[in-house]
Design a protein around this ligand. Structure first.
Ligand code: SF4
Length: 302
């Protein structure tokens, strides 16, 4: 059995990887990646929730899950192309249909860090039994405000699910964070001291705030985003948690200086650069090698 000291060491190393993966170093050191350094796998477009402004259109939210052999091939292709940071997204990546696959694949790739972005519902209802002993998985739970605001965007009961998922992750001593999408309606609340206090009390280690490219009218402008960023700066050093504002990967926050740092692979293996433009298709990893697909990406000027 792994000792507590060894486990802490592994988890602190994982924290470094997690931080790098989520753009913290990029933000702090003003690093701009000129090549793809991070990739996100959309395991399924199915979801156990139904948020009104989900970027995945309703007609695509099927229960199809990426074939396990394709998932393994995608991870191998990332490794071969020096992509060390892998996000597992959905739809919802944690469901009965996906967790056994994640467990097997993460178990067989113990030195590959996987950052799961989840709505927290599966964890709240089931715990993380099948994933409990995986030390290469970190968790990012979406939360967009306090109860009323969050549930407005993510469905009734979702705030309570997030809170319960934080309790589970804390009790299991996992590396975990929060991801907050800033919108016109939650901007003041989600960037308030009270909200940060709550995240901190829940043991969140990395709190990410991001702006999504337009998926609905409630998305904020780049100027509003920068203004909120400036306003929050004095608060950031007051918390024993890492607060990542807008640095949650330029692939997540598509700003004008988006530098192709991240790519996305959908459940069929199609590759794209934009998170929200699901029609973009640079190639398919079931049929082509990633090296070939990456050659199509022009080096950005930023
Ligand atoms: S939890 Fe995520 S994937 Fe599911 S409906 Fe909401 S935004 Fe879409």
């Amino acid at each position: 059995m792994i000792s507590i000291a060894a486990r802490s060491l592994i988890q602190s190393n994982l924290l470094d990887i997690f931080i790098a993966a989520e753009g913290y170093l990029e933000q702090r050191r003003n690093i701009t990646y000129k090549k793809v350094s991070h990739a996100a796998i959309e395991l399924t477009y199915g979801c156990n929730s139904s948020c009104p402004d989900c970027y995945i259109p309703k007609n695509l939210r099927t229960n199809h899950v990426m074939d396990e052999s394709l998932l393994r091939r995608v991870i191998d292709q990332f490794r071969l192309n020096d992509i060390k940071s892998i996000g597992l997204l959905g739809g919802e990546p944690l469901m009965d249909t996906t967790v056994p696959t994640i467990s097997r694949v993460a178990g067989d790739n113990p030195f590959t860090p996987f950052a799961i972005i989840t709505n927290g519902r599966y964890i709240a209802e089931n715990g993380i039994h099948k994933l409990e002993h995986m030390h290469n998985i970190t968790y990012n739970v979406s939360i967009d405000g306090f109860s009323e605001t969050n549930d407005l965007f993510r469905g009734n009961g979702s705030f309570d699910n997030v809170q319960q998922s934080f309790r589970v992750l804390r009790a299991k001593r996992k590396v975990y964070g929060s991801v907050t999408t800033l919108r016109k309606e939650n901007l003041a609340e989600a960037t308030s001291k009270e909200f940060l206090d709550m995240l901190c009390k829940r043991g969140v280690q990395i709190a990410g705030f991001l702006k999504m490219k337009t998926i609905s009218e409630s998305m904020i402008s780049a100027e509003e985003f920068e203004e909120a960023n400036r306003r929050m700066q004095p608060l950031i050093s007051q918390y024993p948690m890492i607060i990542v504002f807008g640095g949650n990967g330029k692939g997540y926050s598509e700003t004008k200086d988006y530098c192709y740092r991240s790519l996305y692979v959908n459940p069929k293996g199609d590759v794209r650069l934009s998170k929200v433009d699901l029609g973009e298709n640079l190639g398919n990893l079931a049929e082509q090698d990633l090296e070939h697909i990456l050659k199509k990406i022009k080096t950005p000027s930023c």
